[in-house]
Design a protein around this ligand. Structure first.
Ligand code: PXG
Length: 442
């Protein structure tokens, strides 16, 4: 342990940190040096309860032995195999295992290295699919306001988070956005899915009328929007989107980078909502966040549409050097084993009502203007300090960190998504600590 403490760097200039207030951070760094199960250890030797599964990814908890061992073993056996025109057994084994737990109808898997790459891959599959089906005029992509689909150009184009878009020029052309579904005046403090707003799906009809269905390739949405501060789909909304897409021959992509792998109490959100998308993007929980990896699931209909022409020809010109990297595949297999042995892909459904009660018990804390939940996800929206948006939530984040609790904030919203191994006693501890933070001058 003392070696770890000494590992604190004394010069932090070189690393330009992602999505971080770099200057502030480097004045008062927050470093993790170890982790186990539900906890992190900080560089100053404190234990922090993980209320966010890292960044929505460590669903099985930290440093789980099966995953660690799978990586160790694979690194000494086959470190890398070329991804193009060659393969290795675990990439095929993993795809089969993933199909086994995927929503019915998802029969093929493309590998990526992150959620952002999964999104780019899904958008490219959708465009190319329309073309191989002889519908090359379907080039438009439809996203949603406040949507988050990673940080690459396709993802920020269909995404709807202003700060992530405004610096980067005109982005992809031919993209339109549906309105988001967040409505505090009608739905504040809903338990579970909000009652009001399913009609917002008919905005897709308006967009179809404007552009004509023959120009639209796909719609992409997060079934539960995470990064933007946990926006839940109103009851019936996703079903309606599915109906409209089907009616107009538009592919429906569910971005399940955060909802995939058990977050709602089913393996995927598509199963939770009983809505069948055509394409699903995943990453994060696929390897428990331990090795970068993503996967895109597609239906047989989509895959099979590409399988024609001369057999020696490449069917889809897309892929990454690290698609299906052996160590990533080993990590994913170790992760799936852990999920299965411990029932983690359905554990959130057992904890959901306890979680909901504990979360909503914070309703009386000062500045709380909404609380929302689904599965093992929670959000607490705070009234912004006048003229200083984001400051109140960020100060809650800093106070929680001091008190030994990791939360995530975006804007003035606190988002919670603990590892799926959390116990009821740890849920109590989490909300006791958070109450303490919210009650004291934030
Ligand atoms: N799609 C969705 C729905 C996501 O939530 C990505 C794509 C991109 O994944 P990568 O692996 O490229 O980062 C994400 C990522 C947060 C938070 O605090 C959420 C994400 C990443 C970091 C922080 O809400 N989601």
């Amino acid at each position: 342990m003392s070696d770890r403490m000494n590992a604190t760097p004394n010069d932090m200039r070189a690393f330009w940190m992602p999505f971080t207030a770099n200057r502030q951070f480097k004045k008062e760094p927050r470093l993790f040096v170890a982790s186990q199960d539900m906890h992190y250890t900080t560089h100053d030797g404190r234990t922090v309860l993980d209320g966010t599964a890292g960044l929505w990814c460590v669903n099985a908890g930290h440093c789980r032995p099966k995953i660690t061992e799978a990586i160790r073993q694979q690194a000494g056996e086959l470190d890398y195999a070329p991804a193009f025109q060659l393969g290795h057994p675990k990439a095929f084994e993993l795809a089969n295992r993933l199909i086994d737990i995927a929503p019915e109808g998802m029969e093929h898997v493309l590998y990526t290295n992150s959620g952002s790459e999964s999104v780019e891959t899904a958008l490219k599959v959708a465009l190319a699919y329309q073309r191989v089906k002889g519908q090359g005029s379907r080039t438009r992509l439809i996203g949603r306001e406040r949507g988050y689909h990673g940080v690459n150009f396709g993802g920020i184009s269909v995404g709807g988070i202003v700060a992530n878009r405004k610096m980067f020029g005109t982005l992809l052309t031919g993209v339109d956005h549906m309105p988001h579904t967040h409505n505090l005046s009608k739905n504040a403090f809903s338990r579970g899915l909000p009652e009001h707003g399913a009609d917002l799906a008919s905005e897709l009809e308006r967009i179809v009328t404007l552009h004509d269905a023959s120009t639209i390739a796909a719609v992409i949405v997060e079934p539960v929007a995470g990064s933007t501060g946990v926006l839940l789909p109103p009851k019936g909304y996703l079903q309606k989107l599915r109906e409209i897409c089907t009616k107009h021959g538009i592919l429906l992509i569910f971005d399940e980078v955060i909802t995939g792998f058990g977050r709602l109490g089913t393996p995927f959100a598509a199963q939770y909502f009983d809505v069948k998308p055509d394409i699903i993007t995943t990453a994060k929980g696929l390897t428990n966040g331990v090795i970068p990896m993503g996967a895109v699931f597609v239906t047989a209909e989509i895959h099979d549409a590409f399988m024609n022409g001369p057999e020696h020809m490449i069917e889809f010109f897309h892929g990454y050097t690290y698609s299906g990297n052996p160590i990533a595949c080993a990590a994913a297999l170790g992760t799936l084993d852990t999920y299965k042995e411990e029932g983690l892909l359905t554990r959130a459904s057992e904890l959901a009502s306890y979680w909901e009660d504990a979360l909503h018990s914070l309703k009386d804390c000062p500045h709380v203007i909404d609380i929302r939940n689904v599965g093992l996800i929670g959000a607490i929206e705070l009234e912004p300090i006048a003229g200083e948006p984001t400051k109140r939530a960020f100060s809650a984040f800093l106070k929680a960190y001091e008190k030994g609790l990791l939360i995530r904030t975006t804007g003035d919203i606190i988002a919670l998504s603990p590892p799926l191994i959390i116990t009821k006693a740890q849920i109590d501890e989490l909300f006791t600590k958070l109450r303490d933070v919210l009650m004291h001058n934030i």
